[in-house]
Write a protein that binds this ligand. Structure first.
Ligand code: DGL
Length: 278
């Protein structure tokens, strides 16, 4: 007696064991997602791509972001044939996830503000959300608020300065700690802001500043972000696939700058033997 092949198994066997998981962000914020991916899939070959030439996405228009993300992911997937793409950027995901899924024939995992877990955690019913200026105005965020935080209060603040601070921190350079204090004050000074007990870090760069944010908000505030959940989702979607790393993990940076050198220390810390300009 024969039985029909299990489609998930068939798919798993069709994947090249050397094919990487591609993580994409405007900068090094996606390292916060990568850290969790390494925990659950330590053998997975990783390709990291940072659109440093386009950073910061938060200050761009929706059309600019969608065009950059779709164009770059198209080129990257054609050249490196990843088994899965993770858009490790809230700004890019809330704007371009649907569109990119339409055009690329590879599983795509996005990163969207962790409003659902924050709504489950809050006791005061007041949640702060720190993201980029582009992210906090997205209808995607309105929908998440409506679906998961109805009856709660969601106070949003766009904090572009934190992106640059996080980038500088990873380059090992002095960064503006005042930017963190200003972001906390901006949320606190909104109506009901004094009752915030949970803050969604809705930009993948911001967990890089969690110690500074914890100090600025004080001990009664908890921070929530999606990195661990995204890593679990990637593990689910690649379940059963084999991994065989054939070369060192590579980090790519767009533009003609000296990013591979500037981030050399961080690259090593996150498991990359080398960085290159793409
Ligand atoms: N890391 C990106 C995010 O999660 C945004 C940083 C930027 O403004 O480019 O939203």
């Amino acid at each position: 007696m024969t039985s029909a092949p299990d489609p998930a198994q068939t798919l798993a066997h069709a994947v090249d064991p050397a094919a990487p998981i591609l993580l994409f962000d405007s900068g090094v914020g996606g390292f916060t997602v990568l850290e969790e991916v390494r925990k659950v899939l330590p053998d997975a070959p990783i390709l990291y791509a940072a659109d440093t030439a386009g950073l910061p996405y938060g200050a761009k228009t929706e059309a600019q972001i969608a065009a950059r993300v779709a164009g770059l992911l198209g080129r990257l997937t054609e050249r490196y044939r990843p088994r899965l793409v993770c858009i490790a950027c809230n700004t890019a995901s809330t704007i371009a996830l649907g569109m990119v899924r339409e055009v690329l024939e590879v599983p795509i995992v996005g990163t969207v503000p962790a409003i659902k877990p924050a709504a489950a955690l809050t006791r005061s019913g007041v949640i702060g959300l720190l993201g980029t200026e582009a992210t906090i105005r997205q209808a995607y965020v309105d929908r998440l608020e409506h679906e998961f935080a109805a009856g709660k209060r969601l106070l949003r603040h766009g904090a572009p300065e934190l992106v640059e601070a996080a980038e500088a921190k990873l380059r090992g350079q002095p960064f503006d700690a005042g930017a963190v204090v200003r972001a906390a004050e901006a949320l606190r000074s909104m109506p009901d802001g004094d009752r915030i007990d949970t803050v969604v870090l809705a930009c993948t760069h911001f967990p890089l500043l969690e110690p500074e944010l914890a100090q600025a908000f004080g001990p009664d505030v908890r921070f929530v972000h999606g990195a661990a959940g995204i890593a679990r989702q990637i593990a689910r979607l690649t379940a059963g696939q084999e991994y065989a790393r054939q070369s060192d993990d590579l980090a790519l940076f767009t533009g003609s700058g000296n990013a591979p050198d500037a981030y050399a220390k961080a690259l090593r810390r996150y498991g990359f033997a080398k960085g290159e300009v793409f």
